[in-house]
Write a protein that binds this ligand. Sequence first.
Ligand code: FAD
Ligand code: NAD
Length: 409
Amino acid sequence: MILVSKPKILIIGAGYGGMMTATRLIKELSPNDADITLVNKHNYHYQTTWLHQPAAGTLHHDRTRMLIKNVVNPDRVKFVQDTVKEIKPNENKVITENGELEYDYLVIGLGFESNTFGIKGLDENAFTIRSVDSVRKIREHIEYQFASYNHDEVPNDDKLAIAVGGAGLTGVEFVAELANRIPELCREYDIERSKVRIINIEGAPTILPNFDKELVEYAVNQLESKGIEFKLSTFIKECTKDSVIVQEKDSEDLEEIKAGTIVWTGGVKANTIVEKSGFKTNRGKVEVDDALRSKEYDNVFVVGDCSLVMDKETNRPCPPTAQLAMQQGVNLAKNIRHILHNEPTEPFVYKNKGTVASLGAGDAVAVVGNKRIKGAPAAALKKIVDDRYLLMLGGVGLMLKKGKLNLLK
Ligand code: FAD
Ligand code: NAD
């Protein structure tokens, strides 16, 4: 009897794209079809889309994460906790901190990094919202600033100020959480609310540049009424240990804004491991074909923020979202089955299901098709979107355990 070894499928990164691919592959393939391995730097998967909350301290970070072994059946997918250092696509190998892994098919789902565009001092001095580790640091730092303020010989209000660079979706969702959290911290540490500035600095003339005027106006009014200051048409030029240097559009003057906490939410880029591994990239991302396959290597697939996919409706690159990564994972699992069974693949077509921007507890703005929604209904929609992901990933059990609709709590 000749024993033919099973093809090895290696998934790197357990974010939305990697997790969706892994859980769907279990459904698409029989155990005899392939050996599947999932590598991730932590033993848990986290909900990146919720990270603005633990960053501000309005939700414990444990609510955003779950052990991978509880979601991805370990009898079907071998989980390896390790950090990927390099991909060697010509040798079908992935180099990790602790060794190397071989594959016949590779799925890259390593996600995003913050993009600081080479702005002086940002990498060294600003916090970013990108992982459980990074947001835990923000929450602890802010709490420390508040806890120590009244113990300083000469309390300095600048210590309490929080400067947030970038008022895209991440920046706005974060300052909205801060608007709810800061009054609590003020009460806890006996500080007057009026002493705390939260300044959101945005280069564009508007916050949430992709939302229409009516929703943006609503969001600005809601957040300003809770004490958020917006500085629009203003670019961060430099970041120091305790300040940001900004410049208004069309002005020569620079202004220094002092802040004890500086958080950069000015943009993202694909995980740089991809580019460093020698893949041809476009804006740091790998261009993929209709089957989400790299155009250079037939056996390498890319999902999520590392992939560059065109939206056929707008003819522009799809924005890097969890929505996109999940849809890709579902499609890719089917296509890997087709490939293993020598069947034609199903082209990936992105379906934009809309965008909801949270404005803190009970408030949000949303665009769904041609509908514009604001306030409590939009906030409810956000919870539904969040819980839908959990439902797709781990079924009703996971949704009830980790979801936001709190059906069991
Ligand atoms: P990620 O979710 O970034 O996951 C990558 C995984 O790879 C992580 O588990 C990471 O630990 C692991 N990893 C990274 N490097 C290595 C390595 N070297 N070795 C091993 N493992 C590694 N999108 C939406 O659609 N809706 C939203 O409401 C929304 N809200 C957001 C809110 C915030 C605050 C932020 C920051 C983003 C939000 N996004 C949202 C965007 C969305 O989170 C990303 O597009 C999505 O996370 C990308 O998924 P991914 O699978 O590519 O990677
Ligand atoms: P982004 O690139 O969408 O927004 C960054 C903002 O920072 C932009 O408005 C930009 O003008 C501004 N900026 C850049 N450089 C600046 C400078 N020097 N000074 C001042 N402002 C500057 O980044 P993001 O908000 O982190 O979003 C990343 C991705 O994640 C996007 O695709 C977004 O759609 C997605 N996301 C979605 C949600 C949601 O659906 N609720 C939430 C967060 C993020």
